[in-house]
Design a protein around this ligand. Sequence first.
Ligand code: HEC
Length: 124
Amino acid sequence: MDDRSGWSHTDLSIHVIRVNSTMKRLFSSLLAVVLILSGCSTEVDNETLTGQQLYEAYCASCHKVNGTGSFLEAIPANRNTALSKKEIIALILGHDSRAEKMPDFNFLTADQAKRVAVYIKKEL
Ligand code: HEC
């Protein structure tokens, strides 16, 4: 004991340990807050996705980014489709009984489906 630097050294390390655990607790609660906030903002982002972003997230895997579809996989082109905007919205939301292989996207809101339809008709 005596050959160490005595009280001050012990005091200092206890102090450091206390600060460390306080920092850890502070950090983990900060982390929790950040995670909660980022969870919320992801939801908000989904709401604000553009028609193009929604198309690329949910439709491009089959219909391709440029809307050409895939002849070999029997996936029709979206570009220049004869379907009207209303018909595309119905198809996306699962209200078109003619669709056999295309999945429903009934988790999208009517507004999001409209944005995708507008993108297909006007920009794709
Ligand atoms: C799993 C592949 C797949 C995905 C993903 C997909 N579709 Fe389709 N889509 C099809 C198939 C297959 C058809 C042909 C009809 C059928 O058999 O269901 C079709 C038909 C269509 C048509 C009609 C094209 C025409 O002129 O005949 C439109 C428009 C369309 N899809 C839009 C979309 C939109 C918008 C999305 C995304 C929200 C989407 N599709 C996602 C496979 C898909």
